[in-house]
Design a binder for this molecule. Structure first.
Ligand SMILES: N[C@@H](CCC(=O)N[C@@H](CS)C(=O)NCC(=O)O)C(=O)O
Length: 303
């Protein structure tokens, strides 16, 4: 059995990033299936309230947000690297482009033009996706297409000199981040195919990336994952570097995403660096666990 446990659902585009990283790094992993909508008690027992998909569990260590999950997989499995050619800073920065400017019009179209989305998912996302105004979504469709296709064209332009991947001949985290939005569109925006088929470089690039596959997946139940968390001692933190605010190690804080899905998680601060925020908390179901967040895009508040 692998140590890597991904809590996700198959239709999740953000989880697709991490499934693809498992493929690129050829890793074995266990899959715990999540519901697409709230409530998600099996997940929030581990995360302390964070609800987004995906979440990576390794023993009693819980990693949230694809940015931090990628960093942690890179730390534990450095080869082949996600950050080749000395461009790590820009690969990470580009994720903010794809997660926001590129993903958000695509998410709007996925909700607005896809009549296969179940009503309960629409209801859940109504309050979750605060960047989308569901009341005017239908009128917004032409604008969303324009935005979405313009961002897709950036990928086509970047590949137009014949390079294999966005930054050259090695696949990187930048490719994963651009690719997951194309993947979402294929699955959720049926009319997109007629536009995408014109992006010939991107079409070939998508196939090249998809050939990495998803590593070796096996299924696991949520209760097995909880038992693993309970039976593993949480690791020690690495201490608190106060950047601009006077936080101290052991202080009780809450941590929440800044964009959407802002559910706060409360615990004891054990690590604070420029890259990472980690808190420790006790849960009646999952036991004593550490929850790790990326620093960028997350707010820490003293309780
Ligand atoms: N910044 C987060 C975004 C994750 C995200 O928005 N995931 C979507 C699914 S693809 C989600 O959480 N949807 C609601 C849910 O699963 O409850 C990340 O990079 O992991």
């Amino acid at each position: 059995m692998s140590d890597l446990i991904l809590h996700h659902f198959d239709a999740s585009p953000f989880a697709e990033k991490i499934r693809l990283v498992f493929g690129l790094k050829n890793l074995a992993w266990s899959s715990v299936d999540l519901p697409m909508i709230m409530p998600k008690p099996d997940l929030t027992a581990l995360t302390g309230g964070y609800r987004k998909t995906p979440v990576l569990q390794i023993g009693a260590e819980i990693y949230v947000d694809t940015a931090l999950i990628a960093d942690e997989l890179e730390r534990r499995y450095p080869e082949p690297t996600l950050y080749p050619d000395g461009n790590k800073g820009m690969y990470k920065a580009l994720a903010f482009w794809s997660n926001n400017s590129f993903f958000q019009p695509g998410a709007g179209l996925s909700m607005g033009v896809n009549d296969q989305v179940p009503d309960e998912v629409l209801d859940d996302r109504f309050s979750f996706f605060n960047f989308m105004d569901f009341d005017v979504l239908e009128d917004e469709i032409p604008y969303l297409y324009e935005q979405f296709l313009t961002h897709a064209s950036f990928v086509e332009t970047q590949l137009s000199d014949g390079r294999q991947y966005l930054f050259g001949d090695q696949v990187s985290w930048a490719d994963v981040n651009a690719w997951f939005v194309f993947w979402m569109a294929h699955g959720n925006i049926p009319p997109i195919e007629k536009y995408f088929s014109k992006l010939t470089n991107a079409v070939a690039w998508e196939k090249r990336i998809a050939s990495a596959g998803y590593g070796q997946r096996s299924e696991m139940s949520a209760s097995e994952a909880h038992a693993i968390a309970n039976n593993t001692a949480a690791e020690s933190g690495t201490g608190v570097e106060s950047l601009y605010q006077p936080f101290t190690e052991g202080q009780i804080v809450s941590v929440a995403a800044e964009d959407y899905g802002k559910d706060a998680v409360t615990g004891k601060l054990i690590t604070l660096t420029q890259e990472q925020i980690s808190i420790n908390r006790d849960d009646p179901v999952a036991g004593n666990v550490n929850i790790h967040f990326p620093r960028a895009g997350f707010r820490v508040i003293a309780k």
